[in-house]
Design a protein around this ligand. Structure first.
Ligand SMILES: [Zn+2]
Length: 113
């Protein structure tokens, strides 16, 4: 249920920028979410629909841009995208590695009128 404060944050950022730009409404919000960030698109959309009526973002479309997990193997340095929860290096068979991508979570851009 941690999508609620996160969605409030998205909304606050989007409205702040829209107001600065003198917009009458926000039409689109583009979000970047890493697969490891642990946020569910549907939950964000759910809270967004509850929070936006009466705001500049009412009726805005949310776009989710997913970033796949990328790891660098601890043992051999090989970079790979793991399958689901299996973090086995395809090159040397070691498990786990440094996370290079997949933890992202931010508002990439908004479109306004
Ligand atoms: Zn390896």
């Amino acid at each position: 249920m941690h999508e609620l404060p996160v969605t409030e944050g998205i909304l606050r950022i989007a409205i702040e920028h829209a107001q600065k730009a003198g917009a009458s409404r926000i039409t689109d919000i583009h979000l970047v979410i890493g697969d490891l960030a642990g946020f569910v698109d549907d939950s964000i959309q759910f809270y967004f629909d509850i929070l936006t009526p009466g705001t500049l973002a009412e009726g805005a479309k949310l776009h989710f841009h997913r970033v796949a997990t990328r790891l660098r193997c601890w043992e051999c340095g090989h970079e790979f995208s793991p399958q689901e929860r299996d973090w086995t290096c395809p090159q040397c068979g070691a498990t786990g590695g440094e996370v290079l991508a997949g933890k992202e979570f931010y508002v990439e851009s908004i479109e306004i009128e």
